[in-house]
Structures are given as structure tokens and as C-alpha cells.
Design a protein. Structure first.
Length: 99
């Protein structure tokens, strides 16, 4: 009995971990309009960010936020992000497939 309960608990834990990895971070809701739901933007002026390296995405977002990279459109969306949110966003878009 104990084993079954443990196995069920482990399976539930695995399932919820898998879900959190795939779900878009909350902040991604603000990026959808320009970069698409999975980072494949439909409009050429908005770069595709799907499948780019997480370290690259993280650096670009921090550069926008901290004033090292300038773009009147993109900067306001990077401004409010914490390091943790940037890490989550970078990991999410890096895990998407570029189309
Ligand atoms: C209103 C449109 C808009 C929104 C909303 C927006 N972006 Fe952008 N984003 C842009 C534009 C335009 C650029 C290109 C800037 C440039 O040319 O330097 C860009 C560039 C980027 C880049 C750099 C890509 C590269 O190839 O170097 C990243 C990463 C990025 N955005 C992530 C995000 C994230 C994450 C969000 C949500 C928090 C977001 N963007 C919201 C318009 C937007």
C-alpha cells in the first residue's frame, strides 16, 4: 500500500513538473502580441525568439532592461522584469521550436 501511494505521489510530481516546464511563464502574456505565443512572430519587424539560446535571450532582455540595448518598442516590456522572470522567459522561448 505504501509503495502504491509513493508511486502515485511520484507520478503526480513528475506530471506537474512537466507541466510547469511547458507552460508559458505569466509574463509571456505581454510578449504574445509581437513575438507570437511560442516566440515565432508573424511580423518581420518583430524578431523570432523561438529556439534561440537561453543565454542569448537572457542577455538581450537584461541589456534592454538595463539600457545597454536600445529600442523604443522593446525596452518598455523589458523594464519591469526581474532577473528571475527573465530567466523563465529565456528558458521558455529557448525550448520552443523556430518555425
Ligand atoms: C510591442 C511589440 C513588442 C512586445 C510586446 C515585446 N517585444 Fe520583444 N522585441 C520587439 C522588437 C521591435 C524587437 C527588436 C528590437 C531591435 O531591433 O533591437 C524585440 C526584440 C526582442 C528580443 C531580442 C531578439 C534578438 O534576436 O536579439 C527579445 C529576446 C525579446 N524582444 C523578448 C521579448 C519578451 C520576452 C517580451 C515580453 C516580456 C517582449 N519581447 C515583448 C517588440 C516587442
Amino acid at each position: 500500500m505504501k509503495k502504491i501511494i509513493l508511486a502515485t505521489a511520484a507520478a503526480t510530481l513528475l506530471a506537474s513538473t512537466a507541466m510547469t516546464v511547458q507552460a508559458a511563464p505569466a509574463k509571456a502574456a505581454t510578449c504574445v502580441g509581437c513575438h507570437g505565443a511560442d516566440g515565432n512572430s508573424m511580423v518581420p519587424n518583430f524578431p523570432k525568439i523561438a529556439g534561440q539560446h537561453a543565454a542569448y535571450l537572457e542577455k538581450q532582455l537584461k541589456d534592454f532592461r538595463d539600457g545597454f540595448r536600445k529600442d523604443a518598442t522593446m525596452v518598455p516590456f523589458a523594464k519591469g522584469l526581474t532577473d528571475e522572470e527573465i530567466k523563465e522567459l529565456a528558458a521558455f522561448y529557448a525550448a520552443q521550436t523556430a518555425k
